[in-house]
Write a protein that binds this ligand. Sequence first.
Ligand SMILES: O=C(O)CCC(=O)C(=O)O
Ligand SMILES: [Fe+2]
Length: 531
Amino acid sequence: VEFFSSINEMTKVFGYEQKMLLHMQKFLSDNQGKLDFLKARLREFENERNEAREWGPSYFESPINKYLLNKRLTVDWQRVENLMAASTGEKPLTRLRKFRNRETMPDRKELEGAIDGILRLQYVYRLKAKDLARGILDGVDYSTQLSSEHCVDIARLALRDQHPRLAHSWLIEANDRLTGGEKVDQLKPQILALLVQAKKELEDFRGLKDTYQELIGIQSASEEHAKNYETFLNALGEKALLNESKPILEHAPIPEEGEQVGEFQAYSLTCSGHWRLTPKEQRHLRCGYVTETHPFLWIAPLKAEELFQDPLLVLYHDVIYQSEIDVIRKLTKNRLMRATITSHNESVVSNVRTSQFTFIPVTAHKVLSTIDQRVADMTNLNMKYAEDHQFANYGIGGHYGQHMDWFYQTTFDAGLVSSPEMGNRIATVLFYLSDVAQGGGTAFPQLRTLLKPKKYAAAFWHNLHASGVGDVRTQHGACPIIAGSKWVQNRWIREIDQSDRRPCELWDDSLATYAQILELNKQNEAKAASR
Ligand SMILES: O=C(O)CCC(=O)C(=O)O
Ligand SMILES: [Fe+2]
């Protein structure tokens, strides 16, 4: 069970820990009683022996004293021996173990998952280790402090997962947080050894040499480091001194216009708001009431906000009600499981998607079919061929990296698509069932658009080009949650039987590049302006 993917589980194990503390208290008081008894005997025996020493050999002439010595060496010492041998506190220990072995108890993998979550927040939102260590999350102060040792743990994982910049920032913080005590001797060489590794990866040669020297200067550092240092110097020779050390930045600079950017980086830049549409690009986006699709909407029009035109991305406001959300919360209770992703040939749990989810068929409750009627009005699509309602909950650090909702042919071929006869996912409607305190937006990197979760709202977009080919521009992801939790509902509408609703166009717009489409938009705009 993975507790870091949901607040629910965390609350539960937090309750268990309360009981674990009680067992620990019991263990302590049992052992304290034993130690107190032993201490009292120790003092008693010492006193009797001191008295004997004062007397000298004549002490043993007294039959009383002879008796006392015998009594001590037989009965009293036996008692001491027995008590020392007894495993005191076994009962609380057994009880404690039971809690620790519970299925919901986090294990090492979960600890790594939690650190992974911190690093993701740091990377995506370009946060500083210094602030994180002080409990400041994107400007909000939670005043939790991390120790030097915690920072070393985080740095170690960052290094392992190829984030030398982040590792470096945590090591500097770990070093700043070293404050006297026996931990320094233990932590300092660890910090320096990891720093050497981070700087090596960042190719900061001069900084590396200084760190090496400091490392081998410490008594407690091992011979191994000295040997590594020698190898390093031999390998680099003069180069080590020639290379200027660059200041190590905690985050790579924001890429310039036109620079090559990785997909996760693009998603991150959209999540953090560094990539967004210019006011000029947003100018032609419209807001208004939709009344065309269904007669009912003449009476109760939908509030629609256009976020992008091609591909169309719309946010509908106030399209789900609290009473419906209440029903959904009841329907999904105790049904959430860790989310998986469908890669090309299997369905797997992955760090790319850290949330919990469940599917519920529309027949499970009347509220779900009411929602579907609304979705039909919002999308002008036929809801006959849609997947089961999916509900998902993201906890702190939870996210879903960039992806497309439509399936690749390979996924169909591998038999991983449910009801493949219904075709691909023509459209998505994503309901926000909660607000999110911090972070947790839905990012569309190719559209440079970030949707902030807004309770009762729903996003709508087409996943496929009119020709039926998957539209890569619809790539999107759920940004990591900084604080709070997030509930969403997905309606995935399939392709089959929509032809009267969304006529197939002969021109395959999927063959156009994004730049070409933007150019086409510009031309259309110019045409409209001159009209
Ligand atoms: O939670 C979100 O904002 C997006 C979720 C999503 O993209 C999905 O579940 O496919
Ligand atoms: Fe999605």
